[in-house]
Structure formats: C-alpha cells, structure tokens
Design a protein around this ligand. Sequence first.
Ligand SMILES: *[C@@H]1O[C@H](CO)[C@@H](O)[C@H](O)[C@H]1NC(C)=O
Ligand SMILES: *[C@@H]1O[C@H](CO)[C@@H](O)[C@H](O)[C@H]1NC(C)=O
Ligand SMILES: *[C@@H]1O[C@H](CO)[C@@H](O)[C@H](O)[C@H]1NC(C)=O
Length: 253
Amino acid sequence: MHIEDDSSRINKYNYYSLLCGYVGMCMFLYGFFLVNFSSVEHSETCNEANEENNSLRIRPPKTDKIVIMVIDALRYDFLVDDDIVKNMPFTRTLISGNNTCVFPCRVQLPTVTMPRIKALTMGMIPNFFDIVLNFGSTRLFQDNILKQMFKAGKKIVFYGDDTWIKLFPDLFYRYEGTTSFFVTDFVEVDYNVTKNVDKEITHNDWDVMILHYLGLDHIGHLEGPKSLKIPSKLQEMDAVINKLIHYLSNWVK
Ligand SMILES: *[C@@H]1O[C@H](CO)[C@@H](O)[C@H](O)[C@H]1NC(C)=O
Ligand SMILES: *[C@@H]1O[C@H](CO)[C@@H](O)[C@H](O)[C@H]1NC(C)=O
Ligand SMILES: *[C@@H]1O[C@H](CO)[C@@H](O)[C@H](O)[C@H]1NC(C)=O
C-alpha cells in the first residue's frame, strides 16, 4: 500500500514536470518564432486626420526634399570620439553646429539587414524568424512610411543595398541596387551609390532620396572597427554628406 502511494506520487510529479516542460517549450517557440499578427490595413493619408480632429491636422511640409542616408555599421563612437570623428571634418562641424542631432539608439537583436530596415520603416518589433527570412527577403505588406510617402504622391529614388528593393519592389521612381553578398567588396558597393547621387543632384524631379551605403559594414565584418581602411571610408562618407548638404541648402525650386 505504502509503496503504491509513493509511486503514484512520483507519477504525479512526472506528469506535472512534463506538463511544465511542454508549456515552457511552447512559450519559448512562440516567442522565438513570433509571427507578427500585425494588421495589413493601411492608414489613409492625411485626409482622415484632417477631418476628424483639428489638433491632428497635418501641417504643410517645411521642406521639399528629404535625403535619408544609411551608413551601415556607423557606430556611435565614430561620431563622438575625437580621434575617429576627425576623419569626418564636415560632419564634425555639423555636429558642433545647431542644426544637427546625434542620437544614439540601442537596437534589438537580430541586427541583420532586413529586420532592421523593416524596423526603420514600420516601427515594428523585430523577431528571430526574420533572420531565417533575411536571405529570401520578401515584399513588405504592412503599413510603412515609404508606402505612405508613395501614396502622398512623393517620388522616391533609391540607391544601395538591394534588400530595400526586395521589400518595396514597386515604390521607387528610380533605383539601383547593390548586392550585399560580396562582403569582400569595400569599394564598388559605395562607388555605385555615389555615382547615382552625382546623377540625382542634377535632377529635380524627386522628393525623397534613400541611400544605403554598405562599404563600412563590409570593412567592419572582415577587419573589425580598428581596421586601417576605416579612416578613408569615413572620409569618403563625409564627402558624400558634404555634397548632399551643399546641394540641399542651395536647392531652389
Ligand atoms: C482632439 O485630439 C486631442 C488630443 O488627442 C484631444 O485632447 C481633443 O479633445 C480632441 N478634440 C476633439 C474635438 O475631438
Ligand atoms: C547655436 O544657437 C545658440 C542659441 O541660439 C547661439 O548662441 C550659438 O551661437 C549657435 N551656435 C552656432 C555654432 O551656430
Ligand atoms: C556596380 O555597378 C556595375 C555596373 O552597373 C555592376 O556591374 C556591378 O555589379 C555593381 N556592383 C555591385 C556591388 O552591385
């Protein structure tokens, strides 16, 4: 009798721990492969906000053109550490002036390209499942800022990492992708982008220009942040920033 009691108690414990393990595993898998049940609805551009509530009224834009330049792997200390930022003299004067804001942000894993672009454009929490999808990037269906720009009739030009083109295949007015597959390529990935910047600043027909430079990231991957190639790459980026700011501030409609 006594023995039976004991063994049935053990069975009970086994049962509970098995159940706990099972529930725990399900919760882990749910978190790890979290599928986003995000809405595929899109907000209506401007009109909705304007009608409903005056305090939400969208003000007319203060600028006619926007350039969004992504320099992949540009660390925060590259901009604030005096020894490094001296390679970016123009950017340094911008930062010490009044019109520039240096804003460090902490990113969540996974820090691979596609989930990060999604986070930038959608404001979405990334998930690990995106790593799996990173190499077969698929079109982004959820609402995002590029789509809203497109709906508002803005012409978007894009140059850089071709992941953007896979995510937003029909939003760009003009574009050219560079392939991020060859990590050993430090020069051509950026040359191909800058070449197009030079062309675009002679055109006046676009509203938004998005650039994604990969060279610095490639150097970082292969040689680390102390690489001797970094200073010259930062100088190259500085020259592009200089060119763009010069163009935008002299731009006349
Ligand atoms: C408009 O929105 C603001 C902020 O959400 C709110 O305080 C205000 O009461 C709203 N006004 C109307 C008329 O709904
Ligand atoms: C920045 O703005 C402040 C206050 O408006 C002014 O005193 C200062 O001279 C400005 N600095 C530069 C570098 O323009
Ligand atoms: C850069 O552009 C050239 C010419 O269009 C192309 O052949 C080459 O593959 C491009 N390089 C990269 C890294 O995309």
